[in-house]
Ligand binder design. Structure first.
Ligand SMILES: Cc1ncc(COP(=O)(O)O)c(C=O)c1O
Length: 354
């Protein structure tokens, strides 16, 4: 029995973000399983030790997983471990590390981000070259890491071959590749490939692997695929305030996600619901779906008045105030009924504004 009171309506779901969703029941079960009794704190527990094998099954025998609290922290720790104080990170202008981390890479890691404008959130070797220059020039922050996001902040996907081309190019330049995989599971499900196909096998050096959006209560992992790419990760995790004392509860969640096919079931559902939503609204007069729907994000352009009315009924974000573009995200727990209700509301609000 608990004295806590349920203060929300569990039937209400929105399309704001996949981290508005709750925790998958199998993850909650795993947390309960790891509860009771004492375990050594700070990661020297049986769940964290077992987790290494789970990650290695997905990412290969040299992979090393470092559980963290959140995605911003995972990115900051990974990038700190990959760079020296005079080095810089090349990323897309739309990258989460640039737009949505409150300047944490700059403030906490003291990193220079060299940003590149992209049409679709994706870097290419040619786009990387617009910032990867000035090697050996002490007046320029030295480009060391290319950071890409899979799936991107614009809902697009890199193919494994595109990532391979980026990694080959970066490595030829003496640079390393970091992949922000907050939605790596959605990418694998959408591409219908194993997680290692666009990470380990494509030449990525270090990965921030997302758990929260995949159904965890909280938790992300820095996965080191190339041990030569990082220095001092153990110490940097602590000084970046990402070392969980009760780490067994982060680790057991990842085990529940990755030991079987929960990650894939969750990602497939989120992706399928995004496709369903896009198909349901695409032909509604007044709605434009301007970007390809490749995983679990749908972008749409709507009359502003319609957006305002809809936002009183469902949570979602306006992506671009200037163009009226909005973003709808689906999650592991989005159902067909949720999508149908939302699509019907879109059509209804459009009609009432005509
Ligand atoms: C691409 C990407 N990277 C990283 C994160 C991690 O963010 P947080 O620090 O909120 O866990 C997010 C969350 O929105 C994201 O979308």
């Amino acid at each position: 029995m608990t004295d806590a009171i349920r203060r929300h309506d569990p039937l209400v779901k929105g399309f704001a973000s996949d981290n508005y969703a709750g925790v998958h029941p199998e993850i909650l079960q795993a947390i309960a399983l790891a509860n009771e009794g004492h375990q050594t704190a700070y990661g020297d527990d049986v769940y964290t030790r077992a987790l290494q094998d789970v990650f290695r099954r997905h990412f290969g025998p040299t992979a090393e997983a470092w559980p963290m609290f959140n995605g911003t922290g995972a990115n900051v720790v990974a990038l700190r471990a990959m760079t020296a104080p005079w080095e810089a990170v090349v990323c897309a202008e739309s990258a989460h590390i640039h737009t949505d981390e409150g300047g944490a890479p700059e403030r906490s890691a003291g990193l220079k981000l060299l940003t590149v404008a992209t049409p679709d959130g994706k870097l290419t070797p040619e786009l990387i070259d617009t910032q990867a220059w000035g090697f050996g020039d002490e007046h320029r922050a030295q480009p060391k890491v290319v950071s890409i996001t899979q799936t991107t902040e614009l809902g697009t996907l890199y193919t494994p071959e595109e990532i391979r081309a980026i990694c080959d190019h970066a490595h030829q330049l003496g640079m390393l590749v970091h992949l922000d995989g907050a939605r790596a599971t959605n990418a694998a499900a959408a591409l219908d490939v194993p997680l290692r196909a666009f990470t380990t096998d494509a030449g990525v050096d270090v990965l921030s692997f997302g758990g929260t959006k995949a159904g965890l209560m909280f938790g992300e992992a820095v996965v080191v695929l190339n041990p030569d790419a990082v220095r001092g990760l153990r110490y940097l995790r602590k000084t970046s305030m990402q070392l969980a004392s009760k780490m067994r509860f982060v680790s057991v969640q990842f085990e529940a996600l990755l030991a079987g096919d929960l990650w894939l079931r969750n990602a497939r559902n989120a992706n399928a619901m995004a496709r369903l939503l896009a198909d349901a609204v695409r032909d509604v007069p007044g709605v434009e779906v301007p970007r390809p729907v490749q995983a679990n994000a749908v972008f749409a352009i709507l009359p502003r008045e319609v957006t305002e009315r809809l936002q009183k009924r469902f949570r979602f974000y306006t992506w671009n105030e200037a163009t009226g573009e909005v973003r709808w995200m689906t999650a592991f727990d989005t159902t067909e009924a949720d999508v149908n209700a939302f699509a019907a509301a879109v059509a209804e609000e459009i009609r009432s504004c005509m």
